[in-house]
Structures are given as C-alpha cells and as structure tokens.
Design a protein around this ligand. Structure first.
Ligand code: CA
Ligand code: CA
Length: 174
C-alpha cells in the first residue's frame, strides 16, 4: 500500500488528537490532553489555571464535534476527521483558531506565560515547545516551530502567533 505524504500527515494529526489511541476522537481525549498538560507543568486541576484549562478543553471538543461529528455519536472517526474537520478547517483556519483559542490560552497560562493574567509579555520558547509536544506535535517539529515563532529572538512568543501556528499545523497538512 502506498501512503502519500499527505495521508501520513493526516494520520499524524489524527493521532495528536486521539490522545488515548483508541481510534476515535472524543471528549476523553481533550480531557486527557488537559490532564497531561497539568501534569507536565505541575499545576493542580483545582487551581484557577487548571479549571480554565478544562473549560477550554470542553469548548475545543464541542467546537470540533460541531464541525466534524456528522452522525452525532459524540465520536470523531478518522473518516469524519478527514472529510469534516480537515477539509472544513483548511478552508477556514480562523474558525479553527477561534475554537482552539480558549484552550491554548489556558494551556499557555499553565505553561507559565502571562497570558492568563491578561498580559501580553508572551510565552517562553521552551515552554511553548513543551505545550506543543504534550499536544501531540512531533518533538523536533515542536522545537523548530517554537524557535521560528520567536522572530525577534528574545526568547518570547506572542500568544496570537502560537494560536495561528497551531491552526496552520492542524489544518494545512498539504
Ligand atoms: Ca481517543
Ligand atoms: Ca461521529
């Protein structure tokens, strides 16, 4: 069987969302991602940042389900992911950014950025790479992406740049 580069990338994106690897994306995967981020950064689930992350994860899941879960069984299969999420979000990356933003905002606050406090000081390059890695982005890709986002080389990245990069990574696989 010949697997194209495009198919390989789609599979990698799907695997990134399917955190527990059971073959479909559902609410549990988003909760698992939140839990993994809290563990990675040693943040308590009951803290304000922890709660905000779970709220963001739920919103992210609801947004993805609204776009991709065509049969409404609360699961996004690989077929639904490819034909629903990837195609529709590729046509409209802003929509994906909108869906993912509350979760990413909370995740970056957990990672130690000032985003959670409403500041715009940005997030550290290394912390950004750690967040991307926990979210299923390939280790080298994560490090490279984070470094590239720090355009002025001061070691900090704007939250908005991270949201756009995340949207690009998951929606423009070709
Ligand atoms: Ca899953
Ligand atoms: Ca479904």
């Amino acid at each position: 069987m010949v697997t194209s580069e495009y198919e390989r990338r789609i599979a990698a994106r799907f695997a990134g969302f399917d955190q527990d690897g059971n073959g479909y994306i559902d609410r549990e995967d988003f909760m698992a991602a939140a839990k993994a981020l809290l563990a990675e950064f040693g943040t308590a689930a009951r803290s304000d940042k922890g709660q905000a992350l779970y709220v963001g994860a739920e919103a992210f899941w609801q947004g993805m389900a609204g776009i991709a879960d065509r049969d409404g069984d609360q699961r996004i299969t690989r077929e639904e992911f490819v034909n629903g999420a990837v195609k529709r979000l590729r046509d409209n990356p802003d929509r994906f950014a909108e869906i993912a933003r509350p979760f990413l905002h909370a995740a970056l606050a957990v990672a130690g950025g000032d985003a959670g406090a409403g500041g715009d000081a940005g997030v550290g390059v290394d912390d950004t790479a750690r967040v991307l890695r926990v979210l299923g982005v390939d280790k080298e890709v994560a490090a490279q992406a984070a470094a590239q986002l720090d355009t002025d080389g001061d070691g900090r990245i704007d939250e908005e740049d991270i949201v756009s990069a995340f949207a690009r990574y998951f929606t423009v696989p070709e």
